[in-house]
Design a protein around this ligand. Sequence first.
Ligand SMILES: [Zn+2]
Ligand SMILES: [Zn+2]
Length: 190
Amino acid sequence: MYSCVSHPQVQLALENALEVGPRLVGMDLQIVQQLARVLMDSHGLEQWDLVFDRARRRAGMTRYNDQIISLSRPLMQLYDEKQVRDVVLHEIAHARVGTGHGHDEMWKKEARRLGTPPRASITEGPRAPAPYVGRCPNGHDVERYRLPRGVRSCATCSKIFDHRYLLTWYRVNAVDGTKIQPSSLNARGR
Ligand SMILES: [Zn+2]
Ligand SMILES: [Zn+2]
């Protein structure tokens, strides 16, 4: 059911391990899926598939070529029902007006017709934390959206590499923000 993005095995295993973590707010993915499916079917997208992805900086995506609407798994779990509905309708509007329209007048008209505000992005609402945090011995945090490579030291403490200020990397749970320190993350060499 989930979209197949290529990830290193280690990261995949970590992701899966984090799936069992506690959830503070937001929607159950099964409910999200049912809601999205009903909306898609009732607006003429019976032939389209629905998948979830790992994006943390955008809530939804329309893939015209393979007729797929892709929703961010971490963000859907943070959103309430209204926000989920708006994201799904936003993408349905994209799917219906077709490729090449972006957020133009035609798309806006369709979004309004479907009953969702014709905004390019959802500005309010919870945001998912960056998936990696490096913490320096002096307490500075560095957020990273990609798995950091190699050994890094804190740029705040020293402009050049300094082993006294080595960053220790943590994987951040997208939903509740808890940090774990997998040894695999810090044992990584170049
Ligand atoms: Zn859009
Ligand atoms: Zn520092």
